[in-house]
Design a protein around this ligand. Sequence first.
Ligand code: GLC
Length: 509
Amino acid sequence: MKVSENSCLTLAGLAGHPSPVSDNWWRDAVVYQIYPRSFADGNGDGTGDLIGARQKLPYLAELGVDAIWLSPFYTSPLADGGYDVSDYRDVDPRFGTLGDFDALVEQAHALGIRVIVDIVPNHSSSAHPWFQEALAGKNRDRYIFRDAPNDWESIFGGPAWTQVSDGQWYLHLFDPEQPDLNWENPEVRAEFVDIIRFWLDRGVDGFRIDVAHGMIKADGLPDVGARDGRQVELLGHEPLPYFDQDGVHEIYREWRPILDSYGAIGVAEAWVESPQRLARYIGSDELHQAFNFDFMMAEFDAKSFRGIIDKSLAEADLVGAPTTWVLSNHDRYRHVTRYDSLAKAKAGTLLMLALPGSAYLYNGEELGLDEVLDLPDELREDPAFKRTGESRDGCRVPIPWGTGDLAWTNPWLPQPERWNALTAQAQENDPASTLNFYRAALKLRRGFNGPLHWLNAPDGVLAFKRGDRTVVVNISEQDYPLTGEILLASGPLSTDGSLPPNTAAWTKP
Ligand code: GLC
C-alpha cells in the first residue's frame, strides 16, 4: 500500500483552489457557515464583524470552500443572536456597514468564493418599526394578533403568545422578541420579495432561509392538544399546525424565478417529519437545497448513517435535486462533543465529504473545536436558556485564531484554555493537524464523481465506491483491512496498514 502525497501525513504546499464557474456550482459545493459575531473580530471590540470575516477570506480560500453562508448580520437587538431582525436592509453597527458588506462580497468573488446570506422571514424583531406600529395599534395584520391565545408553545419553551397592554395577544413561535409575521398579508409577501432583490442587487449568490417550514399557519390556528413543553418534542416527528403547511410552498414558487433571474440559490432550514416532506422544498420550481438534519442528528453508528444516506439520496433524486450534508451548525452541539471524540468527528467528516451532493461546514470545525459546556450561566445569551435551561452558546464561542492578526481581546464569550492548542496558528504548519486534514479533504473531494455504490462490508463498516474512489468508515470494534492507495485517512492506521475502529479512509486502486 502506498501513501499518496495528499495524505494527511504529507501536506506540503496546499494552495488556494480555482473555483469552477458553473451554473450548477451549488450541487456539490462545500459551504462554510460563518457566525459573524464569533468568527473574526476586525475592530478589536470583542464581537466578530464583517471586516474580520473579509480578512479571513484568504484562509477560507486556502481551506478550499466554494461558498460562505453568513448567519444574520442585520440590524438587530441580538435577542436571538441576530435571528431577530429590526432592519432587513442594513448591517448592525456592531458588525459593520453596508460598505463593509459590499467589500466582503467583492473580495470573496475575487477569490472564487460565493456568498450566501441568511434571511429570516418567519418573524421580525419586536424592535422592527412594523411591530412598534402594531403595538401602537396600527397595521396589526402584519403580525398575528388574537383576542385569546391557543395552546401553541414556543420552540424556546413556554407559551407562544404574549399579551400586549390593550389585552390582545401576539404569536411568537420563538422568543417574545421575535413576533411571527402574517404571511397571509400581501404586504408581508411583497416586502420580502423586495428584501431578496435588495441583497441580490448587492451581489449575493443565495439565501439560507431561516425556519423555512414556518410562515404559513393552519387555518383557524387549531390547538395542538399537547402542552407542558411536549410540542417541541413533536417537531420534526409529527405534523404541527404551525409548521410545514402546504401554503409555504407557494412562497418558494414565487421566489424561485427571482432567484433564477440572478443565478442565485435558496437553501431551506426546514425541520420536517421525513425526507419525503423535505424533498417538497426542493426541485426545479422551489428551493435548490434543504439541510439534511437527519444526517446531523444520526448516532455515530453505521446502520443509522446508512439508512439516512439511502433515504436522503433516494428522495432528493426523485425531485432531481442534490442532497446536502451537515454535521455541525450554530444550533447544535459541535460534532466532536456529540460523538464524544475528535477521532470519530474526523471520521464522520470524511464520510460526509465523500457523499454525493453539497456539504456545509460550521466555522471552527476545521480546527476540531469541541462544545464549550461550562460557560458561566450569567454569560449565556441564548434566549432559550432562561426558558428551558438549554443553551446553544457553547457552539458560538469565538474562533481561536492565535496571537497577532485577529487575536481576540475580551471575546463576547470566553474561550477555554484548552483551545490554545487548537488555534489556527498552532495548527497551520503541523501536517497532522485537523486544519490540514480538512484542507487535504476539501482538495481531494474535488476528485469524487458519480453516484454512490455500496460495497459489501461486515456489520459496523460502511464501504462504498464513487467512480474509482473507495470510502471506508470503520465503526466496528475490529480493524478492517484496506486495499489500494490511501488518499487520506481520518487518523493513524494500524501497524499492518488496516483501518482501526472509529477511523475512515479514502482510497483508490
Ligand atoms: C433557526 C436558527 C436559530 C434561530 C431560530 C429562530 O432555527 O437557526 O438559530 O434561533 O431559527 O430564528
